[in-house]
Design a protein around this ligand. Structure first.
Ligand code: NAD
Length: 251
């Protein structure tokens, strides 16, 4: 087991990639704090984690709200006694419709940045005191391959995911002295419910055709890298962004 007895906070763990991370980590021996906006979904994730024999907490929190995030970190530390891993996966993504940049409202732009960028900052800030005291920690930020290749009609989303990479690089340099590793994973279009809704069948065929490895990308395709970056195996790797997209963006 690569994460035996580690404790991990996974944001956006109610569905999609976040839920897959929670269950994968539990199979690797970790105890899980599943964080999301609504309780029924994270309670379901927590129940599946417990069925795998690990401890689980379902925490309702909006990552864009500091009070929610601070309470989240305090609760996890109180219940589990430590915080080893934070995976910043929550994002405004499901339901996001592509549109010309000049039709994006200020409200849409601000909400996206509040969750996808400020939420990441808040979550890192909330776990830092605990990881610092432990003298070790792993932070994995979920970016997107779109920021390398450009995403017309999704400029707010692509900008936020580029921000995740800049944040990752800068924080990694700042936290090295505390032995806290900060890395990012940049997925290509992935067949979660939210990923499937982006584009027509023909567009998805086109996405596949641009890959060196020509098949749809599934959430499981991301789990090896995310687990690796959360485990002791990656102790000397920090500030990196690993693209998992079947070979479209070559970084
Ligand atoms: N699926 C893809 O094609 C794809 C590709 C590249 C990157 N990504 C990234 O991977 C991550 C997961 O993608 P997914 O397809 O599972 O998306 P998703 O939209 O299905 O899941 C995101 C989760 O985050 C939660 N969330 C949203 N706002 C939140 C907030 N303010 N506070 C707490 N939780 C919040 C949602 O409720 C949801 O459960 C996202 O960061 C996304 O940007 C996805």
């Amino acid at each position: 087991m690569r994460l035996k007895d580690k404790t991990a906070i996974i944001t956006g763990a109610g569905r999609g990639i976040g839920k897959e991370i929670a269950l994968t980590f539990a199979r690797e021996g970790a105890h899980i704090a599943a964080v999301d906006l609504t309780l029924p979904e994270i309670e379901a994730t927590a129940a599946e984690v417990q069925a795998l024999g690990r401890r689980a907490l379902a925490i309702k929190a909006d990552v864009s709200k500091w009070d929610d995030v601070e309470s989240m970190a305090n609760l996890v530390n109180k219940q589990f006694g430590k915080i080893d891993v934070l995976v910043n996966n929550a994002a405004v993504w499901a339901g996001l419709k592509g549109k010309p940049f000049y039709q994006i409202s200020e409200e849409e732009w601000d909400r996206l940045m509040a969750v996808n960028v400020k939420g990441l900052f808040f979550c890192c800030k909330s776990v830092f005191p605990f990881m610092k005291d432990q003298g070790k920690g792993k932070i994995v930020n979920i970016s997107s391959a779109v920021h390398f290749i450009g995403a017309p009609f999704l400029v707010h989303y692509a900008t936020s995911k580029g921000g995740v990479v800049a944040f990752t690089r800068s924080l990694a340099k700042e936290l090295g002295d505390y032995k806290i590793n900060v890395n990012a994973v940049a997925p290509g279009i992935t067949m979660t419910e939210a990923g499937k809704e982006k584009g027509t069948k023909e567009m998805h065929e086109m996405f596949v055709s641009r890959r060196a490895l020509k098949r749809p990308q599934e959430p499981e395709d991301l789990m090896g890298v995310i687990t690796f970056l959360s485990s002791d195996e990656s102790d000397f790797i920090t500030g990196q962004t690993i693209v998992v997209d079947g070979g479209v963006a070559l970084h």
